[in-house]
Each structure stands twice: as structure tokens, then as C-alpha cells.
Design a protein around this ligand. Structure first.
Ligand code: NCD
Ligand code: ZN
Length: 345
């Protein structure tokens, strides 16, 4: 039996406001606990977006009332009035900027807008980017020009991780994350999974997956799930299938499996899923909060019914090694052997 800290998922979509048929604070944080996460950082591409102080605060208060674990929210950018970032900068741990189109979100193309975002956001707080391919160069250029911390979300390709490695080697204040789906799945899986294997960035080739694993001990700072729940009905719609896959409940099993296969050391797993996200985003320590793990248990995923409201996983029927047994949050057992012990009931 192994005792480790409660983990941090620094990139999830909990769909409040506007998407509670996909996920809500209760189902999303239940999935978090079942996956060993006691702190979540939720994205602002909601409806409406979390890009004004009032909506951010209302959503944050609701998460504190309804959530079963700690949740904080990224700030979003309000293109009608970038000054909202000044008040949001006092509230949110980081701002999310999209340089590519994705679900519910248009991209920033204009460099003068990027400069204005930088000017309005506190210089000591991170700006996190959805940036793919050449867009990563724009994000790196900002870090170089303004000497301020930036984070690149869900890196998926060899050229992209190598570009980030060079920028880090040059001393720029850049951090980055990868998702388990980009570490464990390729374009061949996307063909097999159909809509259930579609997300942004898209699954890549084996050479890209190999490059991500090669950089896991060095360049990569964070593993985050990019938990992006959509219903099966929405995913299977031939016309409007949205990109995104759930990941809160599969991330720890996958990474423990990698540890059992000696592709990753336990110490490094903890840096990627706890120490680094806490440091990069300046998150508060959760006292008396820990997980108990059986690193040798073997099972077919999912071992227990999923807690995410969307109810499916691209990793269904995978063989996993390593099981979460218990979650203790601030001294209380909140999850044990597949069951939530709800303190808010
Ligand atoms: C995300 C979503 O569904 O909100 N989808 C995705 O494919 N990752 C949006 C995002 O993070 O890009
Ligand atoms: Zn995302």
C-alpha cells in the first residue's frame, strides 16, 4: 500500500454554467475523487464564458457549495472589454487564451489583442495557452518579449515538444502539459474509436507519442486530463459531434500502469500530477489530504461504474495495473473502494 498526496488536475471542463447535461460540479468532482484528484482547475469555455468578475465569482461559489473536492477556475478573455482581466486577475489563478478554435471558443488571431491581454493580466500570474503547431511559436514569442510565465496546454506533437524544449533551454519562463490520451493513443486509435477518439489537439502518430514519452522526465511539467465530457448522443451526431474526451477517472490508472511497466518513476508521477501544478499555478496546500494506492492491483477499466455524467471513456476495456483504494480530504475519508462517502448529503 502506497500513500501519496491528493492529486491536482490542472485542466478540466466541468461545464458550469450552460452544460449541466454533460457534467456538473457534483458529477465532475465525484469523478475527480474516483480518479484520485482532490483539486481541479476548471476551464472558462462555458456558456456564458467565465470572463467577467461576477460570473467567475458566482461559478466559483457554486463550485464551493456543490463540489466534493476543491475546484478553482481559469479566467476567460472578454473580447468586448479586455479590462475585465484586471478584476479577474485579482480572483483567478491563471487566464486561458485560445490561439486555435475549439469547442465553444473562438481563437485570438490578432497580435495586438495578445499584447493587450498581457498588459491587463498580472505579470506574476500564468497565461495558459491552447496553442497547436505554429501557434506555439506565438506563445513562446510572448514569453520572450515580456519575460513572463506562460504555460502551453496539451502538447501533442514531436515538433511542438521539441520547440518547447529549445525555448526552455534558452531560459524562457515556459511550462507545458500533456494529456494521457496523447501519451497512450494514436491516430490508429482515433480510427478505431471514431467520434469517441476526437479531441483538440487531435490524436497524433506513434513518432509523436514516442517524443512525448522521451520528454516526460524533462520538458513536460504537468500531466492534465483535459477532461472534456460530452454525451454519447452528442458525440455520435454525424453533423455536430463536438471534440473532447473525459479523463478524470482514467488518468491515474493509466499513469500507475506506466509506473508498473517502468516507463515512469512514481516520484516523477507525483511531480507531474501534484508538485508542479501546485507550484506553477500557486495553489494552496490541502492539509491532511492523501490517497492510498495498491500499485499491484490488476483490472479491466473501468473497474467501477464511471462517475462522470457523460458515462463513457475512450480507455474502456484497457488492462490497468494500480488501483486507488482510499481518498482522504482534510482528514475525512471521501472515497473508498469505488464508493463516495458524501460529506454534503
Ligand atoms: C474541449 C471542450 O470540449 O471543452 N475539447 C477538446 O477537444 N479538448 C475544449 C478544449 O480544451 O480545447
Ligand atoms: Zn481543454
Amino acid at each position: 500500500m502506497l500513500k501519496i498526496p491528493g492529486l491536482i488536475d490542472a485542466h478540466v471542463h466541468l461545464r458550469i454554467p450552460g452544460g449541466i447535461h454533460k457534467e456538473d460540479f457534483r458529477s465532475g468532482t465525484a469523478a475527480a475523487l474516483a480518479g484520485g484528484f482532490t483539486m481541479l482547475m476548471a476551464m472558462p469555455n462555458t456558456l456564458p464564458a467565465l470572463n467577467m468578475a461576477k460570473i467567475w465569482q458566482d461559478t466559483q461559489s457554486q463550485a464551493e457549495r456543490e463540489g466534493l473536492c476543491d475546484v478553482t477556475h481559469f479566467a476567460g478573455v472578454n473580447f468586448d472589454d479586455l479590462n475585465h482581466l484586471r478584476t479577474l486577475g485579482k480572483l483567478a489563478p491563471a487566464v486561458k487564451v485560445y490561439l486555435d478554435e475549439t469547442f465553444n471558443q473562438s481563437a485570438v488571431f490578432d497580435h495586438t489583442i495578445l499584447d493587450q491581454i498581457v498588459a491587463a493580466w498580472p505579470s506574476y500570474k500564468v497565461i495558459s495557452f491552447h496553442a497547436e503547431g505554429e501557434k506555439i511559436a506565438s506563445a513562446i514569442a510572448l514569453a520572450a518579449r515580456y519575460k513572463r510565465p506562460i504555460h502551453i496546454c496539451h502538447v501533442s506533437r514531436k515538433e511542438d515538444i521539441e520547440r518547447i524544449a529549445s525555448a526552455k533551454a534558452a531560459g524562457l519562463p515556459i511550462t507545458c502539459e500533456v494529456t494521457p490520451h496523447h501519451l497512450f493513443l494514436t491516430r490508429a486509435d482515433a480510427d478505431r474509436l471514431g467520434a469517441l477518439g476526437d479531441m483538440r489537439p487531435r490524436l497524433a502518430e506513434q513518432r509523436d507519442v514516442d517524443a512525448l514519452w522521451a520528454h516526460l522526465g524533462t520538458t513536460i511539467d504537468i500531466i492534465a486530463s483535459d477532461h472534456a465530457p460530452h454525451t454519447l448522443q452528442e458525440k455520435n451526431d454525424p453533423v455536430s459531434s463536438p471534440p473532447g474526451v473525459p479523463g478524470l477517472e482514467s488518468t491515474l490508472p493509466l499513469m500507475l500502469t506506466a509506473v508498473s511497466q517502468k516507463r515512469l518513476k512514481m516520484q516523477r508521477l507525483l511531480e507531474l500530477l501534484y508538485t508542479n501544478p501546485a507550484r506553477i499555478y500557486g495553489l494552496a496546500h490541502q492539509p491532511d489530504t492523501f490517497l492510498e494506492i495498491d500499485p499491484c492491483a490488476r483490472y479491466t477499466f473501468p473497474e467501477y461504474p464511471l462517475h462522470t455524467k457523460c458515462g463513457w471513456s475512450p480507455f474502456s476495456s484497457m488492462q490497468m495495473v494500480g488501483r486507488l483504494i482510499r481518498v482522504v480530504l482534510r482528514g475525512r475519508t471521501v472515497y473508498v473502494d469505488g464508493l463516495l462517502t458524501d460529506p454534503k448529503e
